[in-house]
Design a protein around this ligand. Structure first.
Ligand code: FES
Ligand code: FES
Length: 161
């Protein structure tokens, strides 16, 4: 079957099998490897993408559903100022980025900061319920997200916030 959709801001078309999932075509057809294959059952978050602006596990999206929709992967998001806010906050707090769950952590952070510019610790920890990270303590992650939020506020509103 042929599927057309918007991928990282560009119109794309792909020939695929009807039983494929979004994560399959991202990795195997477009060679975008930032969405990893982990649990393949919607629990670990390592295959996360923005799908029509919402963070979803791409292993749970059958390919036929992608037709006409918009997908942004970590590779596309990495080109934005918003990504730089998060990378800066994570570096400041010492959040580990071993490569396995980075996509999940970064997209979950963006999803939270897009709706809450000053999240509290408990809100941050709740937002990461679907992210399995073996390398970073939750408290360190919470400090990284709070630092990213501060970097973003300063970028947008200046030194006074
Ligand atoms: S691989 Fe998709 S949620 Fe785990
Ligand atoms: S940074 Fe290694 S699993 Fe999360």
């Amino acid at each position: 079957m042929t599927i057309g959709f918007i991928l990282n801001g560009e119109d794309v078309t792909v020939q695929t099998e009807a039983n494929f999932r979004l994560v399959d075509i991202l990795r195997h057809n477009f060679h975008l490897l930032g969405a990893k294959e982990g649990c393949l059952s919607g629990r670990c978050g390592v295959c996360s993408v923005f799908y029509n602006g919402r963070v979803v596990p791409s292993c749970m999206i059958p390919v036929f559903m992608v037709q006409g929709n918009e997908v942004v992967t970590i590779e596309g998001f990495a080109l934005t100022e918003e990504y730089q806010d998060i990378a800066g906050g994570f570096a400041q707090a010492g959040v580990k980025t071993c490569g396995y769950c980075d996509t999940a952590k970064i997209l979950a952070t963006e999803s939270l900061l897009a709706s809450n510019s000053r999240p509290e610790r408990d809100e941050i920890l709740a937002a990461f319920g679907g992210v399995l990270c073996r390398c970073t303590e939750p408290e360190t992650l919470a400090r990284g997200v709070a630092a990213a939020a501060e970097i973003r506020r300063r970028r947008i509103y200046g030194q006074s916030v």
